[in-house]
Design a protein around this ligand. Structure first.
Ligand code: TXA
Ligand code: MG
Length: 368
């Protein structure tokens, strides 16, 4: 219920002037209320003042969305199980899916993890702050709500200056998944977060567009050998170089990572990965379907500019724009998005992973 003054509450002797039109007549009892325009989300530019406000909200057990260099996160106090539970409710995400704990510095991980192997320190020194998440054995006292009840915890030190300032001012761990509804495309701007959540979260800190654009790389160090659970912002090859050994790929024993579900990054439209020639042929024969395209370098012929996006054939630049482009093309109401297949080389691994997931299923508008 809105807390705005209802026109029907105006005092009976209120005088209507030319500048101030008379209040609309109160609806008759039982009549449906006039439709209200949706209220804008609580989005504020990140400043010292709004970061202090965010800290107070987090301490009070509320949710705050904040920018990281990968994607925006939906944060809650990691030490407050009830606050973390709100994340799952807001996202529509199953409660047994673990979330990443964000901390200000690599020195803070001992509060959340135990039996930390030397390789973890080594990777932390090399890649933190940055788009790498480490899965470690969890320390006592880390709420089950954070770990999904598992004996491991995922931790990351983000490099975004707003995330850094927020974590430093908060002084603890912030549990945060990507700030999108479950199964939807991750947000890379404050606007994306607002579009998914409206006013259902206490505050969205706006720190501009996320630089990396896709999520962190997740490496599991809780078992015998380091395993790559999710390709992401840090290339696997760079991690392998520091480790001095190849990363194992996940097996059935690996900790659960919902990001590995095929529908996890999907837009509403059906996504089809194709070669350029196939796209052009299909565009000529797509009777009755509204088609949008995401191409590499060169625009698609005979398609309205509003229905297409063209991205650079440079993996980091492509990643930076991928989710914004998918969201924009999805918003055109297209039934299908043809995506030109990027090169199948290691430098494109994280992008190809997200595209494969997006193409993995048809997601209807009301899916969560
Ligand atoms: O870049 C990112 O990682 C972003 C930003 C906000 O930091 N976060 C993000 O969170 O992508 P989320 O929840 O959307 O994806 C995190 C992934 C999930 O697939 C989750 O299952 C996995 O990390 N994860 C979390 N804790 C884990 C654990 N203990 N063991 C294995 N996987 C875990
Ligand atoms: Mg996510």
């Amino acid at each position: 219920m809105s807390d705005e003054t209802n026109p029907s509450d105006a005092s009976p002797d209120a005088v209507a002037t030319a500048e101030q039109p008379p209040p609309a007549p109160a609806p008759a009892a039982g009549a449906p209320a006039a439709p209200q325009p949706p209220e804008p989300p609580h989005t504020k530019a990140a400043t010292d003042g709004t970061i202090a406000e965010a800290v107070a909200l987090l301490k009070a057990g509320e949710l705050v969305a904040f920018p990281t260099e990968t994607v925006y996160g939906l944060g809650a106090d990691a030490s407050n199980a009830e606050a973390v539970a709100k994340i799952f409710k807001a996202k529509g995400r199953p409660a047994n899916h673990p979330v990443i704990v964000h901390v200000a510095s690599g020195e803070d991980i001992d509060a959340f993890a135990r039996e930390i192997p030397e390789v973890a320190r080594k990777l932390a020194r090399q890649f933190w702050p940055g788009p790498l998440t480490l899965v470690l054995k969890r320390a006592e006292g880390v709420p089950d709500a954070v770990t999904g009840g598992q004996d491991t915890v995922a931790i990351r030190v983000p490099s975004h200056p707003v995330a850094q300032a927020l974590l430093a001012a908060f002084g603890g761990g912030i549990a945060a998944p990507s700030a999108n509804k479950f199964g939807r495309v991750s947000p890379t701007t404050a606007e994306h977060v607002g579009a998914d959540f409206g006013r259902s979260i206490a505050l969205i800190l706006d720190g501009g567009a996320a630089q990396v654009g896709i999520e962190s790389t997740i490496v599991d160090l809780s078992g015998e050998a380091p395993r790559l659970l999710r390709p992401g912002g840090v290339p696997a090859a760079a991690i392998e170089q520091v480790l001095g050994e190849p990363l194992a790929v996940p097996d059935e024993e690996a900790p659960r990572a919902p990001g590995r579900h095929s529908t996890h990054y999907a837009p509403r439209a059906h996504v089809k990965l194709m070669r350029r020639r196939e796209m052009i042929e299909a565009l000529g024969s797509h009777k009755g379907r509204r088609v949008a395209t995401l191409a590499l370098e060169v625009t698609m012929p005979r398609l309205a500019p509003t229905l297409q996006r063209v991205l650079p054939a440079v993996a980091a630049k492509y990643a930076h724009e991928l989710y914004t482009s998918l969201r924009a093309l999805d918003a055109t109401g297209a039934d299908v998005i043809f995506v030109e297949q990027p090169p199948q080389t290691p430098g494109w691994a994280a992008v190809n992973d997200r595209l494969r997931r997006a193409a993995g299923s048809v997601v209807t508008p009301d899916a969560t």
